[in-house]
Design a protein. Structure first.
Lengths: 142, 684
């Protein structure tokens, strides 16, 4: 682990967040495909919406996975952390049953709900590759 | 670039606080009852059975709040098979012991209130039953009972079993139910599958005397799988034995009062839900428990349940000992906006024009506090039946009128007009107006539409379907009768589509019309209701409506006035750093969430929702204190994660503690105890 990584682990509040300057890619650079988001939608409809609501807008017992509250919670967080959170805790009745590729598909669907444009390459399932992308709710400045 | 100051509706409206406080002092002298958390403990979820969330403790005050330091932390990760990221508990503190639920399996722990050291832990592995539960994770709390000899902790598991534990040992009480457990899916005047029956509860039980009262919750009802879903009846049990004492049918059965409000009697028999998933409140002097009821099945489509449909979205007063109804008051007729009554009614003895009234103040998702005489159910100030728009959805018949509160004023924005859309810059404004043109805008109680791609795509609704207020409710200062409530100002896009019958047997379910010109899906959404989910209504990632996005309001419920309102929550990073807002000065916007508040002798305390980055670069949230008379912020303390459970306080060995449940994002659940440094404490 790099010295910077070690420092990040010991400073509360640093873990999981990343500055835009250190990132080679943004979620706004076409990091998933339409097909992948559709696969993710199928998974979400089957496994997520019963608690998180239609369109993952949130329900009484589960937070929204898109929109204002989601954005303020996950802004700047690495997609690897977000994917880990999904993969290890969801779906709530069968946590750990989503594979890494399936988790990436669900993540792609969530990005599509946030109107983040698709591209030509699928969102990777590999944690190391996802760690190169941070969630940003707003498009980059032209 | 020249900085541009952005103006939005003033939210720090401090209204003649000095005059108000002087008159309240005189009123307070007339009161003999002392509500609030007594004896420096916190014995019930809401601080007292009146759900005031008030403690008279004063060691932590405006002069020292920012000096608070962490006394101890208790991580809940190991209480279940995996960490939990949405810890909503408000613990109890009795006799130096802190009791809390926690963990993904909803364990119960007893902690040393001074150190956080665990004394005991109880957990029940419910297997498939727990996995299938509609209300998972650690829940919001538990109940304490004692007859002076025995002490018990009573809680409800995710799988809807009520368990009584010996408060000293954590062991199930043998004489309660079967080996300490009552199966709440049984003896419920309905048949349901013991594993998959869709019923559970997040709220804490309430106990008065020897009666413990239990509500019910279900899955969200936007796309209910069955319109004859399980019913959410309310029951009273003997806290000594677990024996059922009474049941109240929240949807009346044939022959029971209220059935006449259903146009088709069989629809009442068929319909389910109408649970009480919110916290209940109790007036022990009147012998009444107040039930805040949700909708019957189908949050947004009522075509299968025509009529006002009692007791949907009603407050019901029932006798604690018998379960017999004393009165009811319906807040929304034939609800189609998911206006479930979400939180505990707050009981207050108010003085209106010199007359003492035993009142009930009910915060709501729709942004009003309904103030009723709690002995009779009669509104303290007029609640007027006003005409509202008819529904155009086939099969739906919306109520022609709805009750409108005339006092106190709404604590949340109600309805959506063009004037509510963001105007940070002309370009954003133009984009917002263009976006809104695809939707139906209107006042509160504008009905949902059948979605059309060409428009209207949906009805824009504010407060959103989750409020306004939600489960966290409010707090009351019984000395001044100021009621405090946090509220979100956000939009829901509310529309219906015809169900394809795969996921629901309802005729219409929530959904948005698909784009007919869109290319065929690479893979069809298995079981999808027929329409693709619409993206959130955002403008370049920004909320469509103007800030504030979240507020705390103080309402004088003696007078029915709004006293102050402030934006609660520092502006989130995604707005502060938004490139389209570069160069603008954005006042604090507040942050959306579900935030419970705590009132003490001088302070109103609440943590923030969501995350932001502090000036020193820490990612987290602040615990904030306001002067409860004026709304002026008087202190803040950093927390590494947002508040997710309502705070509570107690005194132990001469020191006041504040406990907050925090979690969210990548930060797993944790109880954090704050207190002042030894040298900063003063005698309470």
């Amino acid at each position: 682990m790099s010295r910077a990584g070690l420092a990040c682990l010991v400073v509360a509040g640093c873990v999981g967040a990343a500055s835009a300057q250190t990132l080679p890619r943004s979620v706004w650079n076409g990091v998933y495909t339409v097909d992948q988001a559709k696969k993710g939608e199928a998974l979400a409809v089957a496994q997520c919406v019963s608690c998180h609501g239609d369109g993952l807008r949130g329900g009484e017992a589960a937070p929204p996975l898109t929109g204002d509250l989601f954005n303020s919670t996950w802004e700047g967080v690495l997609l690897s952390d977000l994917a880990d959170r999904i993969r290890t805790t969801m779906p709530i009745d069968r946590p750990g049953t989503l594979s890494r590729p399936q988790t990436a598909d669900v993540l792609a669907y969530m990005l599509s709900l946030s109107k983040i444009p698709a591209g030509t390459l699928s969102l990777p399932a590999d944690a190391g590759a996802l760690a190169q992308i941070a969630y940003r709710s707003y498009p980059p400045q032209p | 670039m020249t900085k541009t100051h952005v103006k939005f509706a003033a939210v720090a409206a401090v209204v003649a606080a000095t005059v108000v406080m002087a008159s309240l002092a005189a009123v307070a002298q007339n009161r003999t009852f002392s509500p609030g958390a007594a004896n420096a403990e916190w014995k019930t979820y809401g601080g007292d059975l009146r759900s005031t969330r008030y403690s008279p403790l004063a060691q932590i005050n405006k002069d020292n709040f920012s000096k608070l330091e962490v006394a101890w932390r208790f991580k809940t990760d190991a209480l279940g098979p995996r960490p939990e990221f949405n810890l909503q508990s408000t613990p109890l503190m009795v006799g130096g012991v802190l009791y809390s639920t926690g963990g993904t399996r909803r364990a119960v722990v007893a902690l040393d209130a001074g150190t956080g050291e665990m004394r005991w832990m109880y957990s029940l592995n419910e297997g498939k039953r727990g996995e299938a539960a509609p209300r998972q994770l650690s829940g919001r709390g538990l109940a304490y009972w004692s007859d002076g000899r025995q002490e018990r902790i009573v809680y409800v598991t995710p799988g809807y079993q009520m368990i009584a534990l010996d408060a000293k040992t954590g062991r199930p009480v043998p004489g309660f139910g079967r080996n300490g457990i009552v199966d709440l899916k049984l003896n419920n005047d309905q048949e349901m599958d013991p594993v998959t029956g869709e019923i559970g509860l997040h709220a804490a039980p309430v106990i008065s005397g020897d009666v413990v009262i239990i509500g019910a919750a279900h899955l969200p009802g936007s796309i209910p799988s069955r319109r004859d879903n399980d019913n959410g009846y309310v029951r009273g049990f003997d806290v000594r034995t677990g024996k059922r004492l009474w049941i109240f049918h929240t949807i009346p059965r044939p022959g029971e009062p209220g059935i006449e409000t259903w146009e088709v009697e069989s629809a009442a028999e068929q319909s389910g839900n109408a649970g009480v998933w919110a916290q209940m409140s109790i007036d022990e002097e009147l012998g009444l428990v107040y039930l805040p009821v949700e909708l019957p099945t189908g949050d947004y489509y009522g075509g299968h349940r025509l009529g006002d449909g009692l007791y949907g979205e009603s407050i019901i007063a029932v006798e604690i000992k018998t379960g017999k109804k004393r009165w009811h008051y319906q807040l929304v007729h034939h609800g189609i906006w998911d206006s479930d009554i979400p939180c505990a009614p707050i009981l207050a003895d108010i003085v209106v024009d010199g007359r003492m009234i035993k009142a009930l103040a009910q915060p709501s998702k729709q942004g009003w506090v309904y103030v009723l005489d709690r002995a009779t159910g009669v509104p303290v100030w007029p609640i007027e039946e006003r005409a509202v728009e008819a529904s155009t959805v086939p099969g739906e018949k919306a109520s022609p009128t709805q009750p409108f509160v005339t006092k106190p004023p709404a604590f949340a924005k109600q309805g959506v007009t063009i004037d509510d859309l963001i105007d940070f810059t002309p370009a954003l404004r133009a984009e917002a107006v263009k976006l809104a043109a695809r939707y139906k805008l209107g006042p509160l109680y504008t009905p949902p539409v059948a979605s059309k791609w060409e428009g209207p795509l949906a009805t824009l609704m504010m407060p959103s379907t989750t409020g306004g207020a939600n489960w966290q409710g409010g707090a009351l200062d019984p000395e001044t009768n100021y009621l405090y409530v946090y509220s979100s100002n956000q939009i829901s896009d509310l529309a219906l589509i015809e169900s394809d019958g795969k996921r629901s047997d309802m005729r219409y379910v929530r959904g948005t019309a698909p784009n007919p010109a869109a290319p065929p899906a690479a893979l069809p959404a298995a079981g999808a209701a027929g329409g693709e989910a619409a993206p959130p209504v955002l403008v370049q990632g920004l909320p469509l409506v103007k800030p504030p996005y979240a507020t705390i309001s103080a309402l004088d419920i003696d007078k029915g006035d709004l006293v102050w309102q402030v934006a609660h929550g520092e502006t989130p990073d995604n707005i502060r750093n938004h490139p389209a807002l570069k160069g603008l000065t954005i006042p604090r916007t507040g942050r959306i969430g579900r935030i419970g508040v705590l009132a003490t002798k001088t302070l109103l305390i609440a943590g923030e929702a969501g995350f932001f980055t502090t000036p020193s670069g820490q990612r987290g949230a602040m615990l904030r204190a306001y002067d409860k008379a004026t709304g002026q912020e008087v202190g803040e303390v950093y927390m590494p994660a947002p508040q997710t459970g309502s705070p509570m306080t107690y005194m132990l060995n001469g020191r006041q503690y504040l406990i907050v449940s925090i979690s969210g994002g990548t930060y797993s659940g944790e109880l954090v105890a704050f207190r002042l440094p030894q040298d900063a404490t003063t005698t309470n």
